[in-house]
Structures are given as C-alpha cells and as structure tokens.
Design a protein around this ligand. Sequence first.
Ligand code: SF4
Length: 344
Amino acid sequence: MSFSADLLAWYDRCARALPWRGERDPYRIWLSEIMLQQTQAETVKGYYARFLARFPTVEKLAGADEQDVLKLWEGLGYYSRARNLHAAARIVAREHRGIFPTDAEGLKKLPGVGPYAANAIASIAYGEPVPALDGNQARVLSRILAWEDIIKTPFDLRSPALTLISQERPGDYNQALMDLGAAICTPRRPGCARCPVAAHCRAHAEDAVLEYPRRPAPVAKKQQDWTILLMRVDGKLLVRQRPKGLLGGLYEFVAISGHFDEAGLADALTGLGFEGVRLLRPLPDSKHVFTHLVWRMRGWLAGCDAAPEGYVAVAQADLNALPFPSALRVYREIAAEAPIASDS
Ligand code: SF4
C-alpha cells in the first residue's frame, strides 16, 4: 500500500476523538484551526465549546465587541489570533455575505489565516489537496523522506508534501498526519515500533530518526527585564490597556522596563508621573517565555496618590471582567487576593 493509504487506514482505526472532527462547516473548522495554532488540542476543547456556545455563527462573532472576544480567549495566549479572528469574521460576514472563501488562496486573504491554516481549512472543508504543513507535519515528512536540507519553515517541504498527499481524502490525510505527529512521531521519543507508516520511513530504515528534521542553529531568545507593580490608588488597582503590538488590547498592571533597587524604583515611578509613591512590599518574581522573547519580572505591591494619563483605577472585584495576558498570571492571581483597600 502507498504511504497515504497506510496512513489513512490507521486514521480510520485510531483517529483522536476531537469535537471538530468530522466537521464540514468552514466556520467551525476555521475556528478550531486558529485555536490549535501553538496550542494543545486538549486545551482547545473547552475554548472551542465556549466560543461556539457564545458565537454559533460567523455573523454572531462579527457582531461581538472585541473586548468580549479577548475575554473569551483569555488564557489561550497569542492574542493577535483573537483579534485577527474577529477581524476575519467581520470581513466574511460583511464582505462575503457570511460565506467563507472556498479555496486556500482565498482563505489566505483573511487576517490571521496563514498558509498552514488556509490549507488545513481548504482540505478539510472543501477537499482541496493541499498540505497543512506545520511543525508536526514537517517533522513527520522530514523523517519519512530523510530530508537532508535544513528546514527553516515547514513550507520548505511543500513540493514533496504535494506528491504524498491523498487526492481523494486530503482533509483526513492532513488530520492523520497531525495525529501521527502528536501521538507517535513525537519530537524526542518517536514510537517507531508502533508506527503505521514505518515501512515507508527512510529515517527509520537508516536508524537515524532523531537526526531529522535538519534544523538551523537555534537563535537565543531575547531577555527583557520588567518590574510589575500592583499599584493602588483610592482602594483600587491601576491598570491600562496595552497598545497595538505584543499582547495589544489586553490589560496590564503598572509595568516599568528594567529591574531596580527600592530607591531607584521610587525615582523611576516619580519620573513617569506617579505622585506620592509608597513601595509596600516586594511580590514574587515571575518569568514568561514567548516564542522569541523571555520576560523576567519582579513584582511590587505599592500605593500612590495620583497616576499619569493612560491608567484607570479598577475595583478588585471588577478585575475579572478584564482580559489579562497569561504572562501576568502570577500578579493577576495576587491582585485577586491582596488586600488593596488600604496601605496596611
Ligand atoms: S517510523 Fe518513526 S520516525 Fe518514521 S514516521 Fe514513524 S514514528 Fe516517525
């Protein structure tokens, strides 16, 4: 049997039971594919169900307030996905009368739909034979083919992937490769002994599985130091909405670039326009790792009499209604519990 036939036979027996499996509605497929980017299927399940309960159609999502969309997305990370999701829903609802483009080229024109998602959606919803090349699929294919070239992006494998894909069941083929990469052909401990396509795998035949995919030398992540302050004023906490860019649109506490000693921090806050600053006690350090960046955070509980423009004072009970990034989870949890009504 061919590679794709063996793969699909295994998929028919062992496909993961996921809520979006068997779905033909492009709205639901699109939603699941955007959520699954950089996120485990197990994590996505709950978000997928809550989104569909709240926004059962693309028109409902298009008509939502962005803040509500971000709030529902909270905890999934990579928030530009949520903003793009909302923008794309508006385009589909208003410019395409609620009908999604019916091929990968058209889908790619929607905000947040890159080549991977476009191909995944087009193959699953419309049966277009295009490979959904993400890191998982690239890893599996690089091993099957013992692909010697360095793979900078998964789409470096587009040409050979096109020769392998099932013409009859491209959507199932792509999902089968996703499952194989997630369950068997894992990065460090591939289960070759139970692999349904081992007979087609050149890396396995050469006993060189872990040498693929060939990767470029790793680039060190940029490190950034931040001081995060739970700053209270009049018994409330100061927050502000982040501008466009990383985590844009989400809320944050007072955040200053750099780490300081106590006197230096008080000076820095005064320099930024905070009046009557009182540093009350240090809070735990925290670290958050983004794709290309690491935030090293030190925390403080503090009080002040007045804040510079851009901040709003929010009652502790109202914090839950605001979307915060996971990067600030530690301080968000402290903010929910810390006594903030007074400087005691
Ligand atoms: S035989 Fe091993 S390396 Fe090859 S596809 Fe299967 S799990 Fe991956």
